[in-house]
Design a protein around this ligand. Structure first.
Ligand code: BMA
Length: 299
C-alpha cells in the first residue's frame, strides 16, 4: 500500500469543537485505554492556542472534548514562555506515563516544553527543555542505551536542521549532534521533525517536514527518515521526494495555505499506519499507509 488520503477528509474542523475556536489542527496521537486519542491544537478566538483531547474507537471518527485540557494559564511557573500559546504537541508513552513535548510561544520566540500525564486530565508541567528558538521536539518512546533521547529543531541564524540529544532524567540534556540537514535547493530548504519515532525491525521511523519558501509564502510537505535502532544519531535512509504534499483544496486553502503538517501518527499491530495531519493549519485529516511502504521510501 502506498499512501492514501482518507475518503472523508477532513475528519475534524472548527464546527466539530464544542466551544468557540478559530481552528483545530496539528494533533499529537496515541493509543489510550484501547481508544485513539488526539491531542489537538485549538487556536482560540484570541489567536493564542491551547490543547484539547479528541477520542475515537476506530481511529477515524473523533469526538472533541467539551473544554481544553491544557492552556497557557495552566503554566503558572512558566507563563512568560507560553503566554502567546502552546502548540503542536508530540505525545509518547513510556511505561505507564504519557510525555508531551510542545511549543511554548512567547515574546522570547518558540521553545520546547515538557509535561507528563497518566490520564490526559491532570498534567505535570515540567517546564522548558530547550532555550529559544527551538521547536518540533519529539521524545523517543523508549530508553536507548540507558538514556532518553529527543530530536528538535534549534534555529540559529538562517540554519534550520534537526538535532538529536540525550538525557539521563528528561531534564538535563546533552550529547547534542546534528541529525539531518536539508537538501537545499529542493523541496526542503528547511526541515523539522514531525512525528515521534516508531520502532521497526529496520530502525526508528520518523516523519519530518520540508519547507520551501517562495517570497512571502511557504510550501510545507512531509518526508520520512529511518534512524539506526542502537545509534539513533545515524540516519540510515531518507526520502528524496515528499510522501505527502498539498494538493487537495482542504490542504491548499485555509489560515496558512499550501501546508500539510503532522505531529502525530499511530502504528497498528498489522503494519498499518494512520498519519494524522492538518491541511492549511485549519483542520485535521488522515493519510493511511504501512510501515513497509514508509521504509521503502527511505531506501
Ligand atoms: C510551523 C509551525 C506549525 C505550522 C506550520 C505551517 O512553523 O508553526 O504549527 O503548522 O508552521 O504554518
Amino acid at each position: 500500500m502506498e499512501l492514501c488520503r482518507y475518503a472523508h477528509n477532513p475528519i475534524l474542523i472548527k464546527d466539530d469543537v464544542p466551544f468557540k475556536v478559530n481552528s483545530i489542527f496539528n494533533p499529537g496521537a496515541v493509543k489510550f485505554n484501547d481508544k485513539y486519542l488526539l491531542l489537538c491544537r485549538v487556536e482560540m478566538p484570541t489567536g493564542r492556542s491551547s490543547l484539547v483531547t479528541a477520542l475515537s474507537d476506530d481511529g477515524c471518527s473523533f469526538k472533541v472534548d467539551s473544554k481544553p485540557c491544557l492552556t497557557p494559564e495552566d503554566h503558572k511557573d512558566h507563563y512568560s514562555y507560553v503566554e502567546w500559546g502552546i502548540e503542536d504537541a508530540r505525545v509518547v508513552q513510556i511505561d505507564d506515563k504519557f510525555y508531551l513535548t510542545y511549543t511554548g510561544y512567547s515574546r522570547f520566540m518558540p521553545l520546547v516544553i515538557l509535561a507528563e500525564t497518566k490520564d490526559f486530565k491532570e498534567f505535570e508541567i515540567i517546564g522548558p527543555i530547550s532555550e529559544p528558538s527551538n521547536k518540533d521536539c519529539s521524545l523517543f518512546p523508549e530508553i536507548i542505551n540507558g538514556y532518553y533521547w529527543k530530536v528538535d529543531r534549534p534555529s540559529a541564524g538562517h540554519r534550520k536542521d534537526i538535532w538529536i540529544s540525550k538525557s539521563p532524567d528528561l531534564l538535563h540534556w546533552g550529547g547534542y549532534q546534528l541529525l539531518s540537514e536539508p537538501f537545499c535547493g529542493t523541496w526542503e530548504d528547511k526541515i523539522g521533525g514531525s512525528t515521534p519515532p516508531i520502532k521497526t525491525k529496520d530502525g526508528w521511523l520518523m516523519l519530518y517536514h520540508g519547507v520551501r519558501g517562495f517570497g512571502i509564502s511557504s510550501l510545507y510537505k512531509l518526508g520520512v527518515m529511518l534512524l539506526d535502532l542502537e545509534k539513533p544519531w545515524l540516519v540510515k535512509g531518507k526520502s528524496r521526494e515528499p510522501i505527502l504534499a498539498p494538493e487537495k483544496d482542504y490542504e491548499r486553502v485555509g489560515d496558512v495555505g499550501n501546508v500539510v503538517f503532522s505531529n502525530g501518527w499511530i502504528a497498528e499491530d498489522n503494519g498499518g499506519v494512520k498519519i494524522y495531519y492538518s491541511g492549511a493549519d485549519t483542520n485535521i485529516c488522515i493519510a493511511e499507509t504501512t510501515v513497509d511502504y514508509l521504509i521503502s521510501c527511505c531506501k
